[in-house]
Design a protein around this ligand. Structure first.
Ligand code: HEC
Length: 95
């Protein structure tokens, strides 16, 4: 019994690690692509345009994280902090 618990615990740690290591591109595909495309306006603006808009704005990442997390001026996005960070870094680095 103890062994089973150990195995489950280890599997859990691996699963959490995998979720954290998810790339921004994966998060965008899974959570944002219904409304956003990289280079075309869809429901929301093209991420390339977003990157252009925030170019040189060092606080863009934190501002946008807030916006998406709290649902301020953007619908609340169901994603963890780590996922949002990865997604926004990916979006803001779009060219
Ligand atoms: C249900 C549709 C929908 C989903 C899902 C969605 N967005 Fe948006 N997004 C919009 C719309 C509409 C806008 C334009 C109006 C606004 O800012 O709310 C927008 C705007 C944005 C902007 C620009 C904000 C600004 O201040 O110029 C960013 C950045 C953004 N979205 C990122 C994301 C990311 C990252 C995800 C996925 C984690 C995501 N969005 C998921 C609809 C969506």
């Amino acid at each position: 019994m103890k062994q089973i618990v150990m195995v489950l615990a280890i599997a859990g740690v691996f699963a959490a690690g995998a979720a954290q290591a998810q790339s921004g591109a994966d998060v965008v595909k899974a959570k944002c692509a219904t409304c956003h495309e990289m280079d075309k306006k869809k429901v929301g603006p093209a991420f390339k345009d977003v990157a252009a808009k925030f170019k040189g704005d060092k606080s863009a990442e934190s501002k946008l994280t807030e916006k998406l997390k709290e649902g301020k001026g953007h619908m609340k996005v169901a994603a963890s902090d780590a996922e949002l960070k990865a997604a926004l870094q990916y979006v803001l680095s779009a060219k």
